[in-house]
Design a protein around this ligand. Structure first.
Ligand code: GLV
Ligand code: MN
Ligand code: MN
Length: 427
């Protein structure tokens, strides 16, 4: 039984309909559009006999018991929140992959030996509350309730308040910190968000490692004043300082490190007023932790030096930090084995994007499958992946899920009953 591109298309198009109006997808965590998407998934999973549980941190788990063991579960997950004016596939493809696997297991009337779960992690993008991977970090026990309570959106509503106010399930939410005893293996399918697979004409990417990241929120406070009457030497222009800092982020991001300033708010944002306060984000990523640290330190020093040179106040807050993560070799072997059995051309590759799998890798075995992004576009309305390509990814994932759903330590290892040592892809 193979995954159905038509069912996947219907799921993704329906979830794309759960979006505020405007170009691309707008679905911030805990908004009505967000819960409409979760409810659609709940409808599909409920029809297959899965139980829905919402965790106190706002994640949603769908679970069916296994035929032999009460725990730990095999889980497939990702997220349904989107960046502003984002695409239809980021996160959604991974949740829908879980739904399609649940259907395939149900169609075969063949539950795994272990429980199977589909998990929807909240606030992966950090687009509403300013911190990436929020739900999965809390799930992995790396974010306390106190830290969660400090996360606020642009209107000052905290993460936990927004959850409580928006969801019927908040009152009945279950504890949601997970360990390897609860989830034995976590898999995530995701669009690649770059051009590596497309360029190599590979159908699947098996992710070796995920970049580490550091995100900062910087506020320069200067003095708002009259744009015409204030001589240049008397200005404390916070936006001009931010402009210098933004160029420095680009200049200091050398080697494999990537650096981005994607958010900038200048106040009062008027043509004839010298900007008194400017807020901007810094996002730095690398798979090499030492390089990430070196660039991070250099960028922070430069941000502070610019403030000092211009006699401004600089407030710098780290809003997210994660170390680079190597994904679990046994599950990667299992994915390779599944791809080889199906004759699907794969590549092994790193991920430049952050994923919920990197938080899950801190508490259990985790692995990821990438499917190609057309033209490498992502985090924009043009984001696209053929539904048939996602279906192939689901087929590969299903083989590894079935292997992981067997007895502890293997037994049903790989759907081929044993695969040769890895090579860099097969035709
Ligand atoms: C999420 O998409 C991220 O990589 O920031
Ligand atoms: Mn994303
Ligand atoms: Mn994503």
């Amino acid at each position: 039984m193979r995954a159905s591109a038509d069912r996947i298309r219907l799921d993704i198009e329906t979830i794309a309909g759960c979006s505020a109006s405007g170009p691309g997808i707008d679905r911030l965590t805990f908004t009505p559009e967000y819960w409409a998407a979760v409810d659609y998934v709940a409808g599909q999973m409920g029809a297959l006999g899965y139980e829905r549980k919402t965790t106190v941190h706002g994640n949603t788990r769908f679970r069916r018991e296994g035929s032999e063991w009460a725990e730990p579960a095999v889980a497939v997950g990702s997220h349904l929140d989107a960046v502003p004016h984002g695409g239809r596939f980021d996160g959604v493809a991974g949740v829908v992959a879980g739904v399609e696997i649940a259907r395939l297991l149900a169609d075969q009337d063949d539950a795994l030996g272990r429980p199977f779960e589909v998990i929807v992690f909240a606030e992966e993008e950090g687009a509403r509350f300013g911190s990436v991977l929020t739900g999965s970090k809390a799930f992995a026990g790396r974010l306390s309730d106190c830290e969660l309570a400090q996360l606020k959106d642009a209107d000052g509503t905290s993460y936990l308040e927004a959850f409580a106010e928006s969801s019927d399930s908040a009152a009945t939410a279950v504890s949601g910190v997970v360990g390897a005893g609860d989830v034995a293996s976590y898999f995530e399918l995701h669009i690649e968000q770059s051009v590596v697979l497309e360029t190599a004409r590979a159908a699947i990417g098996i992710v070796q490692a995920i970049v580490g990241l550091r995100q900062y929120r910087v506020v320069y406070s200067g003095t708002a004043n009259h744009a015409g009457a204030t001589p240049m030497r008397l200005r404390k222009d916070s936006l001009a300082a931010a402009a210098r800092a933004i160029v420095s982020v680009e200049e200091l991001s050398t080697g494999a490190t990537v650096g981005t300033v994607g958010m900038l708010v200048s106040e009062p944002n008027a043509a004839n007023v010298i900007p008194g306060r400017t807020l901007f984000s810094v996002d730095l990523r690398d798979t090499d932790p030492l390089a990430l640290q070196a660039v991070g330190d250099a960028v922070l020093k430069r941000i502070r030096d610019i403030a000092e040179e211009r006699q401004l106040q600089a407030e710098v807050k780290m809003t997210a930090e994660s170390a680079p993560v190597v994904l679990f070799p046994r599950l990667r072997d299992s994915l390779r084995c599944s791809a080889e059995t199906l004759g699907i051309h794969y590549l092994e590759m790193p991920s430049g994007a952050a994923h919920d799998a990197q938080e899950m890798a801190g508490v259990t075995e985790a692995a990821m499958v990438f499917v190609p992004s057309i033209g490498g576009r992502s985090h924009c309305p043009e984001e696209d992946t053929p539904y048939e390509a996602i279906a192939l990814g689901v087929d590969v994932l299903l083989g590894a899920v079935r292997a992981a759903g067997g007895p502890p330590g293997g037994g049903r290892e790989g759907s081929a009953g044993g695969c040769a040592a890895s090579t860099q892809g097969v035709q």
